[in-house]
Design a binder for this molecule. Structure first.
Ligand code: UFG
Length: 329
């Protein structure tokens, strides 16, 4: 299979940087496009070019793509905090949907034939039943989910003209860090459960809040499908290979393990891995949290032959904790 140069937008960010590592490790030539608004220069490995550019700048992106002879794009750049999307939807539609529109235009101008897009379980909203497969109706309950779903629709319609093929990967709850310690989650004002809890474990915060203990779940806390970021990254490499191998086929695939873990189960596991209890404060529900989100990953496994390596919950937590300790040191 040919391995054209790949552009990774948001490649200096959390998930993007892990995909860059996976591509780089597998011998792909990678160029990162990132405006460093959330990303960090240090997250881009040696030997990978970083272009500081706004993905929403279509003219600049068309030049970047053409000058480097880019054959495929992995598009991670965007905003991901659900409550922020509720308070500032205009920004979310601009930074996610409008910027993606500009990027897709640049890709068409430059003749890029394959696009892999970071989508989200938030496109499903709050389905009544789990596991959630890709035929579950998409009914986002926040602007973040809509901003991603609109981009999916745009890709679907344009791919139907034959301009390119695309894959939309709908991530469930991404967690953990590179097992070799090369990247992980960074950034002030973290909101994601495991990140927040690890910050509490190393003393950056006094405690972790448990948002809601009265959900209709066995222990009353929300259930999520946590997927190790490096397993997600390996799914991207396989998805890219599939797009190149089957240029007339596009796909939408859930990315999760098909396993539900409650907030309290996560925190109990963290206490175990940490070797000491992390202080928790039980509190009221956070607005907009669905009780349960668990993926069916049957299509991901069947279509891509994906075989996760870091699915064990303690492994996910250990990698996140190791990374947090390293940041703290
Ligand atoms: N939670 C806590 N305390 C915290 C943080 C989170 O109890 O300090 C709980 C939340 O209430 C929720 C669960 O932990 O029940 C997971 O919350 P996260 O914030 O870690 O993740 P979300 O499930 O809210 O969001 C994730 C992705 C989004 C994506 C969404 C899909 O981060 O990008 O899944 O529904 F949109």
């Amino acid at each position: 299979m040919s391995k054209p140069p790949v552009l990774v937008t948001g490649g200096a960010g959390y998930i993007g940087s892990h995909a860059v590592l996976a591509l780089h490790d597998a011998g792909w030539r990678v160029v990162v496009a990132d405006n460093l608004s959330n990303g960090r220069r240090e997250a881009v490995p040696d030997g990978v070019e970083l272009v500081e550019v706004d993905v929403g700048d279509g003219a600049a992106m068309a030049r970047v793509l053409a000058e480097r002879n880019i054959g495929a794009i992995m598009h991670f750049a965007g905003s991901i905090v659900v409550p922020e999307s509720v308070s500032d939807p205009h920004f979310y539609y601009r930074n996610n949907t409008v910027a993606s529109h500009a990027l897709v235009g640049a890709a068409m101008t430059a003749g890029v034939r394959h696009i892999l897009f970071s989508s989200t379980a938030a496109t499903y909203g709050a389905p009544d039943t789990v596991p959630i497969d890709e035929d579950t109706p998409t009914r986002p309950i926040n602007p973040y989910g809509w901003s991603k779903l609109m981009t999916e629709q745009m890709l679907r319609d344009i791919a139907a003209t034959g301009a390119f093929n695309y894959g939309a990967l709908r991530y469930f709850n991404v967690a953990g860090a590179d097992p070799q310690g090369r990247s992980g989650q960074v950034g002030k004002g973290a909101t994601h459960l495991l990140k927040v809890a690890c910050e509490a474990a190393v003393g950056k915060r006094p405690h972790v809040n448990v948002f809601g203990t009265d959900y209709p779940t066995p222990d009353g806390t929300c259930i999520r499908d946590y997927i190790h970021v490096s397993d997600l990254a390996s799914a991207h490499v396989l998805a890219l290979e599939s797009l190149i191998a089957s240029p007339s086929e596009s796909f939408t695939l859930n990315c999760g393990y098909g396993r539900g873990t409650s907030v309290l189960e996560m925190l109990d596991a963290l206490d175990r891995v940490n070797g000491a209890p992390v202080p928790r404060v039980m509190g009221p529900r956070r607005a907009g949290d669905p009780p349960q989100l668990v993926a069916s990953n049957r299509r991901l496994v069947e279509r891509l032959g994906w075989a996760p390596r870091f699915a064990d919950t303690d492994t996910i937590i250990q990698s996140a904790l190791d990374w947090e300790r390293r940041l703290y040191a």
